[in-house]
Design a protein around this ligand. Structure first.
Ligand SMILES: Nc1ncnc2c1ncn2[C@@H]1O[C@H](COP(=O)(O)OP(=O)(O)O)[C@@H](O)[C@H]1O
Ligand SMILES: [Mg+2]
Length: 605
């Protein structure tokens, strides 16, 4: 079961779907996968390996021949062994080199993949919980460890070595040629038959990204799913159900393991039987040859020794080649990541202080999440003057977050132009653009590391300044209570902080960066009203000369803005000062304000 994952982009008739399908491809690993792996060895290493292999083979053949002439000799063995070690060293180096190169390329591409690609796994039928460990495994293990284990590229030496043994035997006893042909055909048959099963074995025991995905990951996945729902399960008295569902997953895994072990034993037994039978035939033919062609006993001895060696080499190479091909599935997986189309990074470097004023001009912009999806922002135009404070509101799904993301070129812009201080953002290198605009996203993101590293990436600020900012964002007390203060560690995704606290930390980070344009996507959605009110006052003060675009959860928080933008179904339906909008008859913004005064927490606005 060799299954390769690839991403199948939707056909036109599937336009309505948000979710892209994964495609499983069966069959052999193609040659381009081998090529990409060995190409990254580097030409000098490849040439060195080739020369060493040829020398090993020639020395080996000469040594065997010399043995048959003068059996007591042991000279020459040392030379062959040293050469073999040198070959191994080159192979190991080449494998590590190739693994590192492929790994780096993969990481480079994944980091630069478009947003659509990043969100894809979550939308896939494999839940992110299952996908993430797989991806993690591919990155951490398959690329480095598994690829290195391919130093069993010794298999290639096996092929050449087989040819030498074959020729030696055929020269000594020509009838052997018929036998060898039959013999190799049988082994090829066993190999082809075994290869499918071996892929399962290899995937499960050594290269587990595939079968583990199906059978192993669901086990911890089930636990991870159950843990947060623990009280619901107790409340609904579904403990037994949860228990048996978990056992089902364990059973699946054990079933595959059992099947795997049985398969290996079956193959080993068959290969052994085949070896014994072939050795018997070779011995018989060699003895027959010695009578017919009057061969010397030492040559017959050499033929039998070589045949014995050959049958054991062929047996082990059947497993080895299967092993190699299974290993190559991880290269193939890596290749799919390397082939991912990245975002265009190039452009003309803008001046160092760009954007100095913070003017934003959006002209007839249409934005999509993917080529096959309908636009979310439709023909949107507006202008923000430097230093203005803009409040954006609208019903859930109206396109507020999409608007903020489009300023960072995170989505596909099919029409129009966005210029910041007179420079079209399409012409600015992506890295520069994203480093010059600060965003506090709707879902706040914290990185593994200390609080200090999360707030002040570049280590520009003194501790006192960081504490000052933390005090302003109302986090000083909480962080001061932690044992190690600013050096306290933030766990993966910031799980040791509440959503509101994460938003506050992101806000602190934004203040430290000091960008001219700041985008706040519902920055106080998870913060209590009192803290939110204090933050408003603080932000007004600290961002007084910056252009601030605030997507509002509570419309009351944007009442003090210079301009209010109301979005509806991807269109700007109102864009004016709050006073004008409140006075305007039938104003949507005014209705939002009325709604929010009726209920203190108006969802979706
Ligand atoms: N990752 C995504 N992939 C495809 N479409 C999306 C994605 N995120 C949002 N959308 C579409 O964009 C619309 C606007 O989303 P968004 O800008 O997040 O709305 P909001 O105004 O609530 O911030 C949604 O209704 C949805 O149809
Ligand atoms: Mg939103």
């Amino acid at each position: 079961m060799d299954i390769k994952w690839m991403f199948l982009f939707l056909a036109d008739n599937e336009k309505a779907k948000l979710i892209e399908k994964e495609k499983h491809i069966r069959g052999r690993v193609t040659w381009d996968v081998y090529w990409i792996y060995f190409k990254h060895f580097g030409s000098s290493i490849l040439v060195s390996i080739f020369i060493c292999l040829v020398c090993v083979i020639i020395f080996n053949a000469l040594f065997n021949f010399w043995l048959s002439v003068w059996t007591s000799s042991s000279d020459g063995g040392g030379g062959v062994s040293i050469l073999q070690y040198v070959t191994e060293a080159f192979l190991t180096y080449g494998c590590c080199h190739s693994a590192c190169k492929l790994h780096d390329k993969m990481i480079y591409n994944l980091i630069r993949a478009p947003l659509r690609y990043e969100t894809f796994p979550k939308a896939s039928k494999y839940e992110s919980k299952q996908f993430q460990p797989a991806a993690y495994y591919v990155v951490r293990k398959c690329d480095a460890h598994n690829l290195c284990s391919l130093k069993s590229g010794v298999y290639f030496r096996v092929v050449v070595f087989l040819c030498v043994v074959f020729l030696t035997n055929v020269v000594i006893s020509p009838p052997l040629i018929l036998f060898f042909i039959v013999y190799i055909i049988i082994y090829c048959g066993v190999y082809v038959y075994f290869i499918d099963a071996s892929r399962i074995r290899a995937c499960l025991l050594f290269y587990p990204w595939l079968l583990k995905l199906y059978t192993v990951f669901p086990v911890p996945g089930r636990t991870a799913e159950t843990k947060p729902r623990f009280f619901i399960i107790l409340f609904r008295q579904e403990e037994k159900d949860a228990y048996f569902k978990f056992l089902d997953k364990v059973d699946n895994y054990l079933l595959v393991t059992k099947f795997t072990i049985v398969t290996i034993q079956w193959v080993v037994l068959n290969l052994l039987l085949l070896s014994c039978a072939s050795f018997l035939v070779i011995a018989f033919l060699a003895v027959l040859g010695s009578y017919r062609f009057q061969l010397s006993p030492s040559l017959v001895g050499l033929a039998i020794a070589s045949a014995l060696e050959m049958s054991s080499i062929i047996s082990s190479s059947v497993i080895s080649f299967a092993h190699l091909e299974s290993s190559m599935t991880s290269v193939e997986r890596v290749k799919t990541y390397i082939d991912v189309k990245t975002e265009n990074q190039n452009g003309c470097k803008p001046p160092k202080d760009w954007p100095s004023k913070g003017n934003v001009l959006v002209e007839n912009v249409t934005i999509k999440y993917a080529e096959h999806l309908d636009p979310v922002l439709k023909d949107v135009s507006f202008e923000i003057l430097g230093g203005q404070k803009i409040g954006v509101c609208g019903r859930t799904g109206s396109g507020k977050s999409t608007l903020t993301m489009s300023l960072l070129r995170l989505l596909i812009q099919t029409k129009g132009r966005i210029t910041i201080d007179g420079i079209d953002i399409e012409t600015v290198p992506l890295q520069t653009l994203r480093s010059r605009i600060s965003v506090v996203p709707q879902e706040p993101i914290l990185f593994n590391g200390t609080i200090r590293e999360n707030i002040d990436f570049d280590g520009r600020l003194a501790d006192a300044d960081i504490w000052d900012i933390l005090e302003k964002v109302q986090l000083k007390d909480k962080i001061a209570r932690l044992h190690t203060g600013l050096d306290s560690f933030i766990s993966a995704g910031g799980s040791n902080f509440s959503l509101g606290e994460k938003q506050l930390l992101c806000l602190a980070r934004t203040i430290v960066r000091g960008s001219t344009i700041i985008v706040l996507d519902e920055p106080t959605a998870f913060i209590d009203t009192n803290t939110s009110y204090q933050l408003q006052r603080f932000m007004k003060d600290v961002f007084h000369d910056k252009t601030v675009i605030t997507v509002a959860h509570r419309v009351t928080t944007i009442l003090n803005s210079d301009m209010i933008m109301v979005l509806q179904d991807g269109h700007i339906v109102e864009y004016d000062s709050p006073t004008n909008l409140l006075l305007k008859e039938g104003s949507i913004f005014a209705s939002f304000v009325r709604e929010s005064s009726e209920t203190s927490t108006t969802d979706g606005v």
